[in-house]
Design a protein around this ligand. Structure first.
Ligand code: NAP
Length: 284
């Protein structure tokens, strides 16, 4: 079975839209995205975020700054947004120019408005099992997994990749669901053997078609986070970290690339913005 991320994301957006519709016109969630420089992929991501935010009724604003903005000026812009009652979600599109310290920028965002879930307070809350803003991509993976396997308790899950934005938060979400989680990375020996024992594989590596059909058992569910651009027969193609064509008939379920995790990431950003709005509204 192919897991239809597009459809599941649409259902989530519909739910968010209907919740926002019930709010008074003068009090809707607001999302501000900060975009620095001309990074081509970032331009596309930000355009999509803005489009889908507006579609569900979130007031979305993109603040664009030149590549040369100083770290101090960027921090001041974020502080203004922290204090702006019309802004409920703040997202700084990564990567940042080299002269800006990413960690310091993330820590400048008010954790309640941190819709990317990268602030150490949110990271700590997630790993302590407290309510947290969860990073959008692993949250999207989690929803896809829950559609296919509602009860994850006791399953062997293998997360490939240990990044702060994907692998680590994914691991926390699966632990909370009582999975036995193995996290593997570039220094792990025998990844193939570890994967063979997995009921669930989440691949977040950035290596085109790395997970092969002889790595997986037939009852496995596979979530492919990777976005890799490759050339096949002179044509550019986007593929995941999983060898989809040779695996999809062999396993229980698999998410495709594109059309799997990608649409869920944006839908979860919208959900996080609504969550931030609800939390802020309760505090006032
Ligand atoms: P990242 O920060 O580069 O992390 C990659 C991880 O993979 C690292 O932990 C690395 O290990 C591990 N790794 C690299 N080569 C490996 C190998 N041969 N075997 C096992 N592990 C290996 O990447 P990321 O930001 O998490 O992104 C991963 C992929 O997801 C990329 O393709 C990215 O484009 C995609 N992505 C998709 C979405 C979406 O919405 N669908 C969102 C974000 C990212 P070490 O820690 O040892 O270096």
């Amino acid at each position: 079975m192919i897991i239809d991320g597009k459809k599941i994301a649409e259902e989530l957006r519909d739910k968010i839209k209907s919740d926002i519709k019930k709010l008074p016109d003068n009090n809707k969630p607001g999302l501000t995205v900060i975009l620095i420089g001309e990074h081509p992929a970032s331009q596309i991501y930000v355009r999509n975020k803005e489009k889908f935010a507006n579609e569900v009724g979130i007031k979305s604003i993109v603040l664009r700054f030149d590549e040369s903005i100083s770290e101090e000026n960027l921090k001041n812009e974020i502080k203004k947004l922290n204090n702006d009652s019309n802004v409920h979600g703040i997202l700084v599109q990564l990567p940042l120019p080299k002269h800006i310290n990413q960690k310091d920028i993330i820590q400048t965002i008010d954790p309640i408005k941190d819709v990317d879930g990268f602030h150490p307070i949110n990271v700590g809350n997630l790993s302590s099992g407290n309510d947290a803003m969860v990073p959008c991509t692993p949250l999207g993976c989690y929803y896809l997994i829950k559609k296919v396997i509602p009860n994850l308790s006791g399953l062997n899950a293998v997360v490939i990749g240990r990044s702060n934005i994907n692998g680590k938060p994914m691991t926390q979400l699966l632990l909370k669901e009582n999975c036995t989680v193995t996290i593997v990375h570039s220094k792990t020996r025998n990844i193939e053997e570890i994967c063979k024992n997995a009921d669930l594989i989440i691949a977040a590596v950035g290596k085109a078609q790395m997970v092969k059909s002889n790595w997986v058992k037939s009852s496995a569910v596979i979530i492919d986070v990777g976005i890799n651009r490759i050339e096949i027969d002179g044509k550019n193609k986007i593929v995941g970290d999983v060898d989809f064509d040779n695996i999809y008939g062999k396993v229980k379920s698999i998410s495709p690339v594109p059309g799997g995790v990608g649409p869920m990431t944006i839908a979860c950003l919208l959900e996080n913005t609504l969550k931030a709005f609800n939390k802020i509204s309760k505090k006032i």
